[in-house]
Write a new protein. Structure first.
Lengths: 287, 287
């Protein structure tokens, strides 16, 4: 069985997640190679000790890989799968860190040759900041690291994925790709849209009043934080998880309407019971 | 002109905001008296050095006050205004720390005798935690401290309010009560409702899946944080700011619908332009 410590791991894309993963894996596998288009990103990755080697050439980079981790936006991942497929060596494991998994795992099944093993992954450690400047090797610690095998992923490949997640301090969680997309649609992509619509609301109304800028408080800052997320990344996520995201928004609108109906009706008893239940639910979620 | 340093300041309600204000004012005025129903709260306030004296008796507490600060939920404030009105000495300034101001300032005008001066206030430093246990004398530092005079508030009273805000390290901002309610409806009360509806959405859908609890990530935690706010306080706020809150929700629903329409239509160019504008707007709000 392939051991992580013997592997050459090639990380494609050295942004926040890719560079942090590279740095956290270094020393725990035979070699960490970073692939990035821009020379200064590779220089930074080398200078910060995140990688053993770097190259701007995707094909040359992945050719000797035991494990490839594609850490680019979702639809770039799907393009890169097609590009690297003919150049991977036999037994190579191809992973990715994209937020939506069904499209990617389907693309892996379709595009990767039989002698290459696919394994989707989605570590829950995104931030609203991005880029190698904010990367840190502690990023994955104690975070849930979702692994979504495809029908042809072997137990050995899955075990390697688990070992990789554990090597960076994360907690692996094996899930069906579509089930992960459904859950993440509600717990991650929906909050992004709410944050955006909240900022747009203030922009359309109160922001015209200079006093509003002095009043904007902690509640607004926290609730809108993820509206600062990288747009290209989020656009790919929304476009590859449309159905689940739209369904999550539909349920959210229903819930919001039910709260505002109680406010409009002045139905305080019902509102108090509802808000109390919600408060307790959140406490259960984040004890 | 009355100087803060000569004043006996009586704080009614020793929760997070009241106790923190008391502690921050102590030493900056002649005497700080705390009024709280529960004996153990007064004991804690004394033990933590937040007050010079404490009493559970509202009327006895306010009788010698130069400044009274009502720091209870909005509708309790309105009740207490009626209760204390006949017992205040001439020249006394009555302030409050409630989140909605129009109802309170109207009640002050209506309920306080001519020889008592009214001044609404709303410091922007609420938290989702509450109670004297989490109080700290640094709570007000650098925070915007909204002051909402009523038609009969004198310049001298307003100057005293400004001095009080500055004494606790806050930045005073004088606003019309209705204008503050409109702004706060969008930048504070709306985020609360969104956070609640988000938690309710997860509760209605994904929370049934045990995996969802492991996946709930930073975005969800931040976006839902204020759903942990004190329910009695929030209920009073929503019930005394209904019109502005419902209007803010209406604009929010419009904004959310416009985003989801772009997702449903796959109109990526428009969506990218919109999300980029929103991201930049938020950066402007929180540089």
């Amino acid at each position: 069985m392939k051991s992580l410590s013997d592997c050459t791991v090639v990380i494609v894309g050295l942004g926040l997640m890719g560079a942090s993963l590279a740095g956290a894996l270094r020393g725990k596998c035979a070699r960490v190679v970073g692939v990035a288009r821009r020379a200064e990103v590779i220089e930074t990755a080398l200078a910060r000790g995140f990688i053993d080697e770097g190259t701007p050439n995707l094909i040359a980079g992945v050719r000797d890989a035991d494990v490839v981790v594609l850490s680019t936006p979702v639809r770039v991942i799907i393009q890169q799968l097609a590009e690297i497929a003919p150049h991977l060596r036999s037994g190579c494991v191809v992973m990715d860190l994209g937020s939506t998994k069904k499209n990617i795992v389907d693309a892996m099944e379709r595009l990767l040759p039989e002698h290459v093993q696919p394994l989707g992954a989605h570590p829950m450690c995104g931030k609203e900041t991005s880029g190698i400047e904010v990367a840190e090797i502690t990023l994955y610690r104690e975070r849930t690291f979702i692994l979504t095998p495809s029908p042809r992923t072997t137990a050995e490949t899955l075990a390697l994925g688990v070992a990789l997640a554990e090597a960076v301090g994360a907690k692996p969680l094996v899930l069906d790709a579509d089930r992960q997309d459904y859950i993440v649609g509600t717990v991650s992509h929906l909050p992004y849209l709410l944050a955006c619509a909240l900022v747009a609301t203030a922009d359309a109304t109160t922001s015209k009043d200079p006093a509003a800028w002095k009043i904007v408080a902690g509640g607004f800052r926290d609730t809108s934080r993820v509206a600062g997320s990288d747009v290209t990344m989020m656009l790919d996520i929304l476009m590859t998880n449309q159905a689940h995201v739209l369904e999550a928004v539909r349920v959210f609108e229903e819930q919001l309407r039910s709260l505002t109906a109680m406010i409009a009706a002045g139905d305080e008893d019902a509102l108090r019971a509802r808000l109390t239940h919600i408060r307790n639910t959140r406490k259960e979620m984040f004890p």
